[in-house]
Design a protein around this ligand. Structure first.
Ligand code: C5P
Length: 334
C-alpha cells in the first residue's frame, strides 16, 4: 500500500499518513462507431470497436476517517481542471457504488470507510475520449483495493455498466467490440507487438454527448435500422490470422456514424479534418461523439510530422501523438 497525499488533499482534511492506492486508466478511440435508431429508453444500440490509447488518468484513493466521499482534479493536471465535484461526479458515484456492493457482499467492516479521490487528468473533459469513464473505472478499482472489498470482476463490470456505457471498456482496455449500449464487450486479440500510431487534435471547448446523439436522432436516425451496422471487415482485419493488418489497410475500415451530427454542431471541426488530410494522415476519425479528432499514421515518425503540420495550421487547441492499444485500468505504484 503506497502513501501518497498531495498538498491539495491535505487542505481537505485527509490524514497525511492515510493509506492510499493509485489506479491508472486510459482514454479510448472508437475504430468503428455504428449507431442504430434510438431505443425506448433513449439509448442507442451501438457497434463499437474500442482501442485504449496511452493518454492516462491517474486516480489516487486516500482513506478518509470521517466516512465521507470527496474528489478533486489535482491542480497540476495537464487538462480538465474544472471538474464538478458534486454527487453526480462519476468518481463520487463509483466510490458509493463500490461501497454499497461491498456492504451487500459483507466484505466491508462496520463503520463507513470514506475516501478522497484525486485525479491527475490528461484526458480532456467532454472530448469524446471517455476521460470521465476512465476516471470511474479507476475509482472502482482504487476503492475496491483501498477498502479490501475484493469484489469479483463480474461485479465490478456490473457496477461499471451502471456508471456509463464506456466504463466497462475503461476497465478492460486493449481492443474490444462493444454491442448493446456499447457496454457488452468481447475482447479482440491483435498480433503481438501491434501498435497503432495516432495524432489527436483536441478542441478548447467540449461537445455534449447527449446533444450529438439528439442531433443524430433529428437528422440521421430515419435512415438507419433498429440495429446498427456491423464492423465485420474491421474485426476480420484486426484479428487476421496471417499477421497484423498494416495501418494502410486498416485506414479505409475506420468509421464513425456520429461524424455528421458532430460536424453539424461544430462546423469548425471540418478545418481539423481538412488539416489532417493535407498533412497526409492515413485516416481521419472523430473520437466518440467528438470534438477530438484522431488521425491514423504509419509509424511514430509519420505521426510526429503529421502532428507538426496540424499544429502549424492552428486548427486545434492541443495536438499530440498517442499509441494504442494499451491495457485497462490497473494499479500503479506512486
Ligand atoms: O452512458 P453514458 O452516461 O456515458 O452516456 C451519455 C449519453 O450518451 C447518454 O445520456 C445518451 O444520451 C448517449 N448515449 C446513447 N446511446 C449509447 C450510449 C450513450 O444515446 N449507447
Amino acid at each position: 500500500m503506497s502513501t501518497h497525499v498531495s498538498r491539495a488533499d491535505a487542505g481537505r482534511g485527509v490524514e497525511l499518513d492515510a493509506r492510499s492506492v493509485t489506479v491508472r486508466a486510459h482514454a479510448k478511440i472508437n475504430l468503428a462507431l455504428r449507431v442504430g435508431a434510438p431505443r425506448p429508453d433513449g439509448y442507442h444500440p451501438l457497434t463499437s470497436v474500442f482501442e485504449a490509447v496511452d493518454l492516462t488518468e491517474d486516480v489516487t484513493a486516500t482513506e478518509r476517517a470521517d466516512g465521507s466521499v470527496t474528489c478533486e482534479v489535482l491542480a497540476d493536471s495537464p487538462r480538465g481542471a474544472d471538474l464538478d465535484a458534486g454527487p453526480a461526479n462519476l468518481l463520487v458515484r463509483a466510490a458509493h457504488a463500490t461501497r454499497e456492493a461491498a456492504r451487500e457482499r459483507g466484505t466491508l467492516p462496520d463503520g463507513a470507510p470514506g475516501v478522497h479521490l484525486a485525479v491527475r487528468k490528461h484526458v480532456p473533459v467532454a472530448g469524446g475520449l471517455a476521460g470521465g469513464s476512465a476516471d470511474a473505472a479507476a475509482a472502482l478499482l482504487a476503492c475496491d483495493a483501498l477498502w479490501g472489498a475484493r469484489l469479483p470482476r463480474a461485479t465490478l463490470h456490473e457496477l461499471a455498466r451502471g456508471l456509463g456505457a464506456d466504463v466497462p471498456f475503461a476497465l478492460e482496455g486493449g481492443v474490444a467490440l462493444g454491442v448493446d449500449r456499447g457496454d457488452r464487450l468481447t475482447p479482440v486479440t491483435l498480433g503481438a507487438g501491434v501498435r497503432h500510431h495516432w495524432v489527436l487534435a483536441m478542441s478548447a471547448v467540449g461537445l455534449s454527448t447527449p446533444a450529438v446523439f439528439a442531433r443524430f436522432d433529428e437528422e440521421y436516425a430515419e435512415e438507419v435500422g433498429a440495429q446498427p451496422a456491423g464492423a465485420e471487415d474491421l474485426l476480420a482485419a484486426l484479428a487476421r490470422p496471417g499477421g497484423p493488418t498494416s495501418a494502410v489497410d486498416l485506414a479505409p475500415l475506420l468509421v464513425n456514424d456520429l461524424t455528421d451530427p458532430a460536424l453539424d454542431l461544430r462546423p469548425d471541426l471540418a478545418d481539423t479534418f481538412a488539416a489532417f488530410e493535407r498533412a497526409g494522415a492515413l485516416a481521419v476519425l472523430l473520437c466518440g461523439s467528438g470534438p477530438t479528432v484522431a488521425a491514423l499514421c504509419l509509424d511514430a515518425p509519420h505521426a510526429a510530422s503529421v502532428a507538426d503540420v496540424v499544429r502549424e495550421a492552428q486548427v486545434a487547441a492541443d495536438v499530440l501523438t498517442v499509441c494504442g492499444p494499451v491495457p485497462g485500468a490497473r494499479r500503479v505504484e506512486t
